[in-house]
Structures are given as C-alpha cells and as structure tokens.
Design a protein around this ligand. Structure first.
Ligand SMILES: [Zn+2]
Length: 56
C-alpha cells in the first residue's frame, strides 16, 4: 500500500481547498480507519475503494 505522502507526490491524491486529502480520480475526501493494533492509519476512498496508509 502506498503512503499518503507518496500518493500526493504522484498525483493520485490531491488536497482540496479545505486541505483535506482527496482521491484525484473521484474527487472524494478520504475516509479514515484507525487500527488500534498498529501505528498506521488507513485512508480509503469511499468511491473507488483505493487505500493509502498514513503514518502517525
Ligand atoms: Zn477514488
């Protein structure tokens, strides 16, 4: 899974006018899923289901 930072660099993700990370393809802000067992936060696009990881 690609990191948020890398995806922003690659243009897969973009920031909207409110600084929210959105899927470049769907234009939807990503949902956040916290896994209490790991330090990684999963961000998922509600439209296409693509996932990126965010390191806290
Ligand atoms: Zn999407």
């Amino acid at each position: 899974m690609k990191s948020i930072r890398k995806a922003l660099r690659d243009g897969e993700l973009v920031k909207d006018t409110y600084e929210r990370v959105t899927c470049a393809e769907c234009g939807k802000p990503l949902k956040t899923e916290n896994d209490p067992d790991t330090i990684t936060t999963i961000r998922r696009c509600p439209d296409c289901g693509s996932e990126w990881k965010e390191l806290r």
